[in-house]
Write a protein that binds this ligand. Structure first.
Ligand code: IMP
Length: 181
């Protein structure tokens, strides 16, 4: 047996154990079951949003038992010409996804701005439909209209680390989720 620390320090901040491993896995299983049921005839393409979603995606996709494809993307924003404003690009999206059911796999949806950027790009690619799977959702911060189809756990506005989520690049490797104290 190993013991899990209740309080950890990352750089200048202290974090408290918040969501234990079993609870994370149970939430993932629920989302996977729903995806397996709802998308069984869709041959979905899972688009895993790096970096944060890598651990969640690995655990979720091990529980997906329908035929599917998996791809990894990053969101990049840059300022285009003055008339076009900010341009969003999905790095890593090399395959043709037109006509496909796409499942965006996110670690956490906070304000929804990242999701909006991703959906904005995907909407121009003639996909059949877009679904969203996230491990964590902050409903109090979420201000967008897009439906979150597969949401693992809802939390408050607090800042969390672990299970893929980082504080200043650190903490992604933690097996459980910790909250800032
Ligand atoms: P949004 O665009 O506001 O929805 O934020 C999405 C991104 O912000 C996530 O993909 C995370 O990278 C980051 N983020 C939001 N909340 C947290 C948190 O509590 N801990 C770590 N990263 C977070």
């Amino acid at each position: 047996m190993f013991s899990v620390s209740e309080i950890i320090t990352i750089k200048d901040k202290k974090f408290k154990r918040f969501i234990p491993h079993e609870q994370i896995q149970a939430a993932i299983q629920k989302s996977a079951d729903l995806i397996n049921r709802e998308l069984k005839n869709e041959l979905p393409v899972f688009l895993v949003v790096l970096n944060g979603a890598f651990i969640f995606a690995a655990d979720l996709l091990k529980e997906i038992n329908i035929p599917c494809e998996i791809s990894f993307i990053k969101v990049a924003s840059y300022h285009g010409t003055s008339s076009s404003g900010t341009v969003n690009e999905l790095i890593g999206l090399t395959e043709d996804i037109s006509g496909r059911t796409v499942v965006i796999v996110e670690d956490i949806v906070d304000t929804g701005i990242t999701l909006e950027k991703i959906i904005g790009v995907l909407n121009k690619k003639n996909v059949k439909q877009i679904k969203v799977a996230t491990l964590l959702l902050k409903p109090r911060s979420y201000k967008k209209e897009f439906k979150i189809n597969y949401s693992g756990l809802s939390i408050g506005d607090e800042f969390v680390v672990g299970y893929g989520l980082d504080y200043d690049g650190l903490g992604r490797n933690l097996k459980e989720i910790y909250v800032l104290v």
